[in-house]
Design a protein around this ligand. Sequence first.
Ligand code: GDG
Length: 737
Amino acid sequence: MNKRLIIIANRLPVTVSKREGKIHYHPSAGGLATGLGAFYREKKGVWLGWPGLASEKIRGLEESIASYLKELDCSPVFLNQRQIENFYYGFSNKTLWPLFHYFVHYTLFENRMWESYKRVNRLYCEAALEVATEEDVIWVHDYQLLLLPAMLRERLPKATIGFFLHIPFPSFEIFRLLPWREEILEGLLGADLVGFHTYDYVRHFLSSVRRILGYDHSLGLITTRNRLVKVDTFPIGIDFLKFARAAELPEVKNEIHRLRRRIGDRRVILSVDRLDYTKGVAERLDAYELFLEKNPQYRDKVILVMVAVPSRTKVDHYIHLKRQVDEHIGRINGRFGTLGWSPILYLYRSVPFPTLSALYNLADVALVTPLRDGMNLVAKEYIASKRDNLGVLILSEMAGAAREMGEALLVNPYNVGEVAQTIKAALEMDKEEQRERNIRLKERLRRYDVRRWAGEFLDRVNSVRALQEEMEEKNLRGILLRRFLEDYSRAHRALILLDYDGTLTTFTDRPEKAFPDNEVKNILKGLTAIPTNRVVLISGRKKENLDRWFGDLGMDLVAEHGVWLKESDHPWELIEPLKQDWKEAIRPIMEVYADRTPGAFIEEKEFSLVWHYRKAEPELGVTRARELKDALLNITENFNLTILEGSKVIEVKPANINKGMAAMRWITNMGPWDFIMAVGDDWTDEDLFEALPQEAYSIKVGFGLSKAKFNMDSPHRVRGLLKEMIKVKTEKGRSEP
Ligand code: GDG
């Protein structure tokens, strides 16, 4: 099915301005607008965003602007001056932008701005609901709209929603500073797919989700309370052909001649960016100054053309930065300049595309040295523009682009000495080497251009949606639930196999704290009291523990994942003769790992040893669990033991004994049954699901991959199901005396 594409970004690809009382429309600057501008129209899509002008300035003209934009498949979200101040200049650009770029000392945390951010995200949501349906693919962009995916999900539960972040996602240590970190993460997890430029950003995001919200992930799939969310890297490309072909355009050729006349035969070093403190302009100027100081032979032979596009000119840090840069350039030009030569040609404005392309063509060296940058398109555009494949790209390690552009000269932008030396090396690199590096870079840029980027993102979001739907189909509710209850109500002999922790109750920090509340006891009592039922609680817990909690309920019990079995009033039996001598070899190893992992501890059962790490710092816990498993592998083989990975536990126990094997005692020895169900939540329950006959109902609690035929979201819903079962039989009992 060809779904419609709805793009939602802070800005529209068309900017509206007002001059002398008249409204003008022109294309917006920036990589996203140019890259996706044509793409979404081909997909018969709609682009939603702010047209760039405060609503006070266009009072009474909203409708005519909206209808003009509609012709361009754009749908405007109008923002007033206060919203622009608090949402855009405020929370987006004084909180998220500096924090996500590691400028913690520039970051403001103000509730007023946060409130506005929430309200404006809501406004985008309402605007989206006027055009979008659940049949569409909705693609939300960037840091201004982090809450929008969840808002949309609430209103359009079945829509396909993707989110892409264009700036870095910072490490957990930085992200955790945000007072509203939970809301932001939950906001993003409303999407089906969350995309980033690099693997580092993915890693940081997953780590924050795990540590802050407690949701685990595997292979980039996060299991939230009720859904799966995929997280992946999609390094953005550029409109390759636009840059590669530009040099043939007459207006670009003219610009090249004009600039060449002005610059003479001097070597050109180019830098192009928005004037932003993340771009490392001061450090770059320091490096250039040092280069001129150390290499007098290059004076009057080079020129640094510095295009600095004015940005956020009303924000204090930017006003200050502008002043600093002006003074710095003045100082360098004053120090080294001569009557006929200024070392820096400073263009504090946005230049038209032909000039930009001409500069890319002319430049012998591109100096792209941001202190932090999500990707950086200038680096890519420079290489794509080089028809003769000559020119050297000096690129900051801190730009996302550095991850894919290994053939560039990579530098640490804070290391002024290194950057100065690299400028010299770039000017002296032989042509063959330049060609070799650039051909390789260019090939990748040609193959993975912005269309391919968008295409891959959209393919992936659709496939994640398909996976979601598969999970939805397994969710035991609606018709499936009705059929289940009908089957059960007809049954004359029903076998009910239940896990306890994570299935009938949520997890706690320490296993002994998860004692059953009255509700769960009443449910189990109620189920067991129905004469046609046989209820078995199959747990990993110790038998003493199960006796204490459930001994008086009349159910059958299985302890230690199948080691011990007990039929209602009978004594406990061992499933088969087992040894314990292996514990002496295993316990010391587990102790070492418990000592090295704050929060981890060992639980000893009669025939197994369990290493718990639920309370440990999550990533350390996972790493140590992996190491522990490695350390145990050799020994367990010798003793015929098996290592189980449960939910935040590593358990060592006799091989071949598992919940499935234990369940066979009831399934085969005590059959036949006309209804069998098993409910469980973790790896140890997979053995149980596997042991069930075809027609049985196997139900996994949670949304991870499983052999179970059905899913339920939470222990709360499992309790609801069991209550329904009791009700069904009781009602039936009353109506069939
Ligand atoms: C975000 C992330 C990420 C610049 N000056 C002029 C001009 N430009 C164009 C360039 C380029 C774009 O603006 C700037 O590239 P960025 O990579 O900084 O893109 P942004 O959209 O600002 O930033 C960034 C990007 O999103 C994409 O995901 O790479 O890390 O911060 O396309 O050509 N264009 C013209 N005149 C100029 O003076 N015509």
